[in-house]
Design a protein around this ligand. Structure first.
Ligand SMILES: [Fe+2]
Length: 190
């Protein structure tokens, strides 16, 4: 499969397995964030692979709602059958903190510690008066990050690992993620 076909196939799989629009938007946000991270980490040559890992990472979310221990493993099976690369499949399998995998490649590390940031930034955008990403600032993100009761489902510990895993401190990783989401704010409806 060439790159364009792979993205097309990925979008078809998302339509097939995901009904919730917000989850689809989360996947688009993760796709563009992974693209930006690939560039920032000098992995431009693998940018499409990184983007696909972001785009497909929660493919089995709705199927594994009642069985979280299977989350990512079902997606891995589907993607294997569909011919996606082992690199993408491994990163997706390992992104769920509940599985306690060891993260070896930069791609695995990036997907693991960054994808939840898109959910956090969405939550911050939604409490802005305009509900728009354009109004969100780094200062606001950092302030909200320190409020444990805000977006309490977001695993702060995982996001903070980006410093050790990728060399980006919290402010840096937030800035990359915010920019990547603002770039596609229309698609995200924010
Ligand atoms: Fe996710």
């Amino acid at each position: 499969m060439n790159q364009q076909n792979q993205r097309q196939k990925a979008l078809e799989l998302i339509d097939q397995y995901i009904k919730n629009d917000n989850l689809k938007k989360h996947l688009l946000a993760a796709e563009n964030l992974m693209r930006h991270l690939a560039r920032k980490l000098n992995q431009e040559k693998d940018e499409e692979t990184w983007a696909l890992a972001g785009l497909l990472h929660d493919l089995d979310w709705e199927m594994t709602k009642e069985t979280p221990e299977k989350h990512t493993f079902i997606a891995a099976e589907i993607l294997k059958k569909e011919g996606f690369s082992d690199e993408i499949i491994e990163a997706i399998k390992k992104h769920h903190p509940g599985h306690n995998f060891v993260h070896n490649t930069l791609l695995e590390k990036a997907l693991y510690c960054c994808e939840e940031l898109t959910g956090f930034i969405t939550a911050v955008a939604l409490v802005m008066p305009s509900k728009k990403l354009n109004e969100v600032t780094i200062e606001r993100l950092l302030k909200k990050f320190k409020e444990p009761s805000f977006a309490r489902g977001v695993n702060r510990e995982v996001i903070l690992q980006s410093e050790a895993m990728l060399g980006f401190n919290l402010e840096q990783i937030m800035s990359i993620a915010l920019q990547s989401m603002q770039e596609i704010s229309n698609q995200l409806g924010l």
